[in-house]
Ligand binder design. Structure first.
Ligand SMILES: Cc1cc2nc3c(=O)[nH]c(=O)nc-3n(C[C@H](O)[C@H](O)[C@H](O)COP(=O)(O)OP(=O)(O)OC[C@H]3O[C@@H](n4cnc5c(N)ncnc54)[C@H](O)[C@@H]3O)c2cc1C
Length: 335
């Protein structure tokens, strides 16, 4: 049985940007420098295999996967460009055992065709794409139900009490559900349930423009170590990020939008993504991610003999979610 506090799943999975990605060059090089080769490449490999497993499990149609190609854009004077240019071949060499081929190439000749403004350099990989988050959750729920899993909405777990023989889940309405084993997959909302764990919520804000006639941009795009991300979506542009402008303020489980971040995203639309083109914003929303205080490794472990946690999926849940889930299930099988 899956217990979901909302009527319908309402976490980051249905509010994300839908990038099926394993890391942009600047993000991967940053991780390599900060964490060393073993940790950084292990994570890239985890993301790579996770995407393949997700696509195999639910099918490309089931998740609305489109192999659009992924990009990283560097604006004029971007301080990230020189180190990325210098580390580019090193990165390709390190990624080759994972992807089996050259992963990234320079595609500056595409910049004009895509209609980008103030962008001097563009890195591209053929191996990234986009998914449709609504299709993914629908397929996942359908598959779970076909396998006999009950999904119970409006079941907000307030407390978990576990002893040697069983686990009690105490819902906010007072209902107690007794079971043998529990996997806690509350990600960014974990601090409300298990404040002792090192899980830091991180809000991500997103906007979606109305469809733009003759839109030239196609594919998924990152900038600034992944702090900005945008792609074409339903004929318009889906754009998110700018969390680095207010890291403290965005460490929250509350939904919400701020003018600081929304106006910066609109600036990026005007200056870089849709220069000289009219646009209007059709929708804005936020979602909650989860990080650790010291990095972005997911937390998958047994807390007691009968309770495991599978949380802290960062901005990579599309890619690593399925492997995190399988590891958590295996931990409980051992219990
Ligand atoms: C704006 C944004 C953009 C993102 N873009 C991308 C992207 O492009 N690519 C990518 O790979 N990742 C992206 N991510 C990250 C990705 O969405 C997450 O890593 C992933 O969805 C986490 O999945 P999850 O199932 O662990 O958590 P969630 O999807 O958040 O699910 C947790 C569920 O637990 C429920 N819940 C919480 N507390 C309780 C409780 N006490 N009782 C019962 N139920 C409870 C919630 O309602 C929710 O449905 C993005 C995230 C955000 C916010």
């Amino acid at each position: 049985m899956v217990l979901e506090r909302a009527a319908f799943p309402d976490g980051a999975t249905v509010r994300n940007a839908g990038f099926a990605c394993f890391g942009s060059p600047s993000e991967l090089l940053h991780d390599l420098d900060k964490e060393g080769e073993t940790v950084a490449l292990q994570r890239a490999e985890e993301r790579w295999h996770g995407l393949l497993e997700l696509r195999a499990e639910l099918g490309d149609e089931g998740i609305g996967y489109e192999a659009t190609g992924g990009h990283e854009a560097f604006v004029t004077g971007d301080a990230l460009y020189p180190p990325v240019a210098e580390g580019f071949e090193r990165l390709n060499d390190m990624m080759r055992p994972i992807t089996g081929t050259t992963t990234f190439c320079w595609a500056d000749d595409l910049i004009e065709h895509l209609g980008l403004g103030g962008v001097d350099h563009l890195a591209r990989t053929e191996f990234e794409g986009a998914i449709d988050s609504a299709k993914l959750i629908r397929s996942l729920m359908q598959k779970a139900q076909e396998e006999g899993v009950l999904i119970r909405g409006n079941a907000d777990v307030a407390r978990i009490a576990s002893d040697a023989s069983h686990v009690d889940l105490i819902l906010r309405d007072g209902t107690v559900i007794t079971t043998e084993r529990v996997a806690v997959a509350t990600n960014g909302f974990t601090p409300a349930l298990m404040p002792e764990l090192d899980v830091v919520p991180a809000r991500g804000q997103v906007l979606l423009t109305a469809p733009i006639p003759a839109l030239r941009l196609r594919g998924t795009f990152h900038m600034n170590e992944g702090f900005y991300y945008f792609r074409d979506c339903d004929g318009g542009i889906l754009l998110g990020g700018a969390r680095h402008l207010d890291v403290e303020g965005e460490r929250t489980m509350q939904e919400g939008l701020t003018s600081l971040i929304q106006s910066d995203l609109e600036r990026l639309l005007r200056d870089v993504i849709l220069p000289g083109q009219e646009f209007s914003i059709a929708n804005r929303w936020s979602g909650t991610m989860a990080f650790g205080s010291a990095g972005k490794t997911p937390l998958v472990e047994r807390i007691t003999d009968r309770v495991a946690v599978a949380v802290r999926l960062g901005g990579m849940g599309v890619a690593i979610g399925i492997r995190v889930a399988r590891r958590a299930a295996a931990l409980l099988d051992e219990a």
